[in-house]
Design a protein around this ligand. Structure first.
Ligand SMILES: Nc1ncnc2c1ncn2[C@@H]1O[C@H](COP(=O)(O)OP(=O)(O)O)[C@@H](O)[C@H]1O
Ligand SMILES: O=P(O)(O)OC[C@H]1O[C@](O)(COP(=O)(O)O)[C@@H](O)[C@@H]1O
Ligand SMILES: [Mg+2]
Length: 460
């Protein structure tokens, strides 16, 4: 694991990979507007006239069909992101729409800013619109698209959140595509997580069905880093950095008490990447619990036995838990099990509150009269409602510009994202169904266990 990437696409090779390299590499080609609309006009790339971007000294400036990025995890080659020789849009005819959906993530505003600045400065596009408050903003009667330009967005990368606002739910396919058609948008930039990408696939398919000259691109966003194929999602590193503050405070509280436990709950609905990376970078964590790993409290090899030992050895312990961990063992009613948010995501019970209560009950039962303290810290939105750090800002810029180049080249139904550090275009459909769970059977997880010495929670 390189500390920044956590998906299964790694740049190291195993013998099997090398052997497989001799098999023909299969290309994951992209949908293109000219697959369903004939006689589309092409234009020389306006970047030809852009001396800042396209200097004569720069050789091989334009990306060709020979440029591919190989993914070890999917074993497919993808088209390299970047500007093409010809474009399929006359910049003066472009009407671009940008929308942000789902939960917040550091860097959302940077992506929006760079889409606006990139379209404006690189390609000379002047009609750029922000759709407010997620998918429903396309058709909601209470909001109108906001026209954007570089002056309006110039400072947006310094702020957390999304100036366009976001929401969950509100996905009405027909109304969304009707709105795209009625407002004559011909480029749609959709920034969101796994749910958003599944919606984007439907929008793309409907647009194709109606044979509209509209390109759709997805830019994957999720603080949980739960999108597969791509190296990592933007904002993830910033969130991990923010989480350090909570872990550090929990450590101080735990160390300053007799038999002190610092308990931190971090985001991570179905994946434990934030917890895993925070644990590895903090080094103060004694045990981390993630959704991908079942755990138990009582008995041999359980959490209590481990913490008992740790308290005897060190006098304190730090426990970091992902919000989606342990959901199967927290007692709940049938109606709780069915609860969903507006987008259909499961609503969790608070694993931190439950653990704190169970820890206190355990100590009172097994160590009556002995001092014991659990300090529970739940930073919740603090790790994602901040502006992106320098690395994520740079990443967001490259993502936005890659998306623009692909759309201008006429590609549609795709996602722009890095694979092994190289920016590529991946079919939207593939990204929408690719998950990125923490693999608890690989070396990365062994590394975590070697840092924490925590149990494997495999009942013998
Ligand atoms: N399977 C789906 N089909 C169509 N739209 C979806 C689907 N899943 C989620 N969405 C829509 O995508 C948007 C964001 O989804 P959500 O799950 O809240 O966040 P994220 O995209 O960050 O995972 C919401 O408007 C939701 O209605
Ligand atoms: O913003 P909400 O609705 O409270 O949801 C919180 C959820 O959003 C996330 O921060 C990100 O999830 P998404 O990427 O699906 O939006 C999760 O970690 C968390 O469970
Ligand atoms: Mg999601």
């Amino acid at each position: 694991m390189d500390g920044s990437s956590s998906s299964s696409s790694s740049s190291s090779l195993e013998l099997e990979d090398v052997t497989n390299l001799f098999e023909p590499i299969k290309l994951k080609d992209l949908p293109h507007l000219n697959h369903y609309i004939s006689n589309l006009k092409t234009f020389p790339n306006p970047l030809d006239q852009n001396p800042y971007f396209h200097t004569p000294q720069l050789q091989h400036f334009y990306i060709t069909n020979n440029n591919l990025v190989f993914s070890h995890s999917t074993r497919f080659a993808y088209r390299t992101a970047g500007p093409r020789n010809n474009v399929f849009f006359n910049p003066s005819d472009v009407r671009a729409a940008i929308v942000t959906c789902g939960g917040l993530c550091p860097g959302l505003n940077t992506v929006i800013r760079e889409l606006v600045v990139g379209l404006w400065d690189l390609y000379g596009v002047r009609q750029i619109f922000g759709i407010t408050a997620g998918y429903r903003g396309f058709y909601s009667s209470s909001t109108q698209p906001v026209q954007l330009n570089p002056n309006i967005v110039h400072h947006w990368h310094t702020k957390g959140g999304t100036f366009l606002q976001t929401s969950r739910g509100g996905f009405d396919l027909c109304k969304i595509v009707d709105a795209i058609q009625n407002q004559a948008f011909n480029q749609v930039y959709i920034i969101g997580g796994d749910g958003t990408m599944r919606g984007a696939v439907k929008i793309f398919n409907e647009i194709k069905q109606r044979k509209l000259n509209v390109a759709v691109v997805g830019i994957p966003k999720t603080v949980d880093n739960d999108v597969g194929i791509i190296d990592r999602s933007f904002g993830f590193q910033t969130a991990v950095e923010m989480a350090q503050q909570a872990i550090s405070a929990a450590h101080v509280e735990a160390e300053s008490a007799v038999n002190g436990i610092g308990l931190v709950k971090l985001m991570g609905r179905s994946t434990g990447h934030i917890v895993l990376h925070s644990t590895l970078s903090s080094r103060d964590v004694d045990c981390c619990l993630i959704p991908e790993l079942d755990f138990y409290l009582e008995g041999k090899g359980g959490l209590f036995e481990f913490l008992d030992q740790r308290l005897k050895e060190n006098g304190h312990a730090v426990l970091v838990v992902a919000e989606g961990a342990g959901q199967d063992i927290i007692p709940r009613t049938e109606s709780h099990k069915e609860e969903r948010d507006e987008s259909g995501n499961p609503v969790f019970l608070d694993v931190g509150v439950w653990l704190k209560s169970e820890l206190n009950k355990w100590w009172d039962r097994d160590h009556p009269g002995e001092l014991f303290t659990v300090k529970y810290i739940d930073p919740t939105y603090m790790i994602r409602a901040v502006h992106a750090n320098a690395t994520d800002n740079l990443y967001c810029t490259l993502l936005a510009h890659s998306a623009i180049h692909g759309v201008m080249a006429g590609y549609t139904g795709f996602v722009a994202a890095p694979i092994n550090g190289n920016y590529a275009y991946i079919p939207l459909e593939d990204v929408a169904c690719a998950k990125n769970p923490v693999n608890t059977k690989d070396h990365n997880w062994s590394w975590v266990r070697s840092v924490t010495n925590q149990p494997d929670f495999l009942k013998s």
